[in-house]
Ligand binder design. Structure first.
Ligand SMILES: [Zn+2]
Length: 362
């Protein structure tokens, strides 16, 4: 059995930092073992990173095959991401839980949308939107405690007036969230549009993805309800290109351009209001896997302190998902850096060592 000795700064969270720890039998311990360590790793040690908006098993063309999904998860792992909250996948990825070399995956089942009201081949499309509560119950049973709804998307049936519009009525949303909660699952929603947010909040949504359309009143309501927002700045960076491709729909294009232009301000407004900003890459689809450090750097560029971004990408997200970090006896899932990413967020891009389930994988 290999015994790993960690020295330097072992950072469990803001309040708990010590100078050394050990990994043996796959577990973390702060008690010096009786045997000599085989290997010493030194640096700043953080709980394994968390990508809370990541699609394993999704490519721009829809569901991937299993080997591609595996490669995606390995790319995430090798960036230090050892825990993923899936944000919907058309591929059944329940097998990931059996693969010891892959990150832990909290699945959301299929995302739920309507025909022609989301990216083709990404989501489970409900012909009758009244099916939403029943479908939510099914996806809750299929996933690991999360369900993902597509809250709004462009409505092309409005022809040249095509613009973002909600997919569901307030009643459908309220019944859907209630169905998830009855099943013990939480619900998050993709939302770009201002018009969708009041209904999502009234329905009791647990988390918001993007939330680029939240106006000042809604931002206050999100903060008051304690609902976290995944800012997905890598995704919002693409809004300019999405607008350029959508010039047939002038209102839509103008709105996407405006949200692109104020994306940093929007995140800062959310943060200043007290909203917990989550770190998620939106990998899968059009964004590559393994880019959490890029998303973190974007959040810092938007004005969020690096220490807050690191906490959000590590121990805080773990606590929120109910997965232990660097506590005595927990599975040793950790990342080591030569310098502290809380001081320079750029350090996050270059892990010196990655340990998953007690095994050094990098
Ligand atoms: Zn996504």
């Amino acid at each position: 059995m290999t015994v790993l000795h960690l020295v330097g700064r072992i950072v469990a969270d803001e309040q708990h930092e010590v100078g050394e720890a050990w990994v043996l039998g796959g577990r973390l311990t702060y008690d010096r073992p009786s045997v000599e360590p085989d290997v010493t790793v030194s640096g700043v040690v953080l709980p394994g990173l968390v990508d809370v908006h990541c699609h394993v098993g999704l490519s721009a063309a829809g569901a991937t095959h299993v080997p591609t999904a595996r490669a995606q998860a390995l790319a995430d792992r090798d960036s230090g991401v050892l825990l993923i909250r899936d944000a919907g996948s058309p591929l059944d990825t329940s097998w990931v839980a059996d693969e010891a070399d892959l990150p832990r995956l909290v699945r959301a089942g299929h995302h739920l949308a309507r025909p022609r009201r989301y990216l083709r081949d990404y989501a489970r499309e409900l012909a009758d939107p009244d099916e939403l509560p029943g479908a939510v119950a099914q996806e809750a049973a299929r996933g690991d405690g999360w369900v993902k709804l597509v809250g709004d998307w462009i409505d092309r049936d409005l022809a040249a007036g095509g613009d973002l519009a909600p997919l569901w009525t307030p009643r459908q949303l309220a019944d859907a969230v209630a169905a998830a909660h009855d099943a013990g699952a939480r619900v998050t929603a993709h939302t770009f549009a201002t018009e969708t947010l009041d209904d999502l909040l009234a329905a009791g949504i647990d988390c918001l993805e993007h939330a680029t359309g939240a106006d000042p009143t809604q931002i206050e309501a999100i903060a008051a309800a304690g609902i976290p927002v995944t800012a997905t700045l890598l995704q919002v960076a693409q809004f300019g290109a999405i607008a350029a491709a959508g010039t047939r729909f002038p209102a839509f294009a103008a709105r996407m351009r405006a949200m692109h232009a104020r994306r940093y301000e929007q995140v800062r407004d959310l943060y200043d209001a007290g909203v917990q900003i989550l770190v998620g890459t939106d990998a899968g689809g059009t964004i590559g896997h393994g880019r959490l450090a890029d998303e973190a750097a974007e959040l810092v560029a938007a004005g969020i302190p690096a220490a807050q971004v690191v906490a959000a990408a590590s121990w805080r997200a773990r606590g929120w998902l109910g997965v232990p970090g660097l506590v005595e006896g927990a599975s040793a899932d950790l990342v080591v850096y030569a310098s502290d990413p809380r001081v320079d967020i750029g350090a996050l891009a270059a892990p010196a060592a990655i340990v998953l389930r007690g095994v050094r994988v990098r």
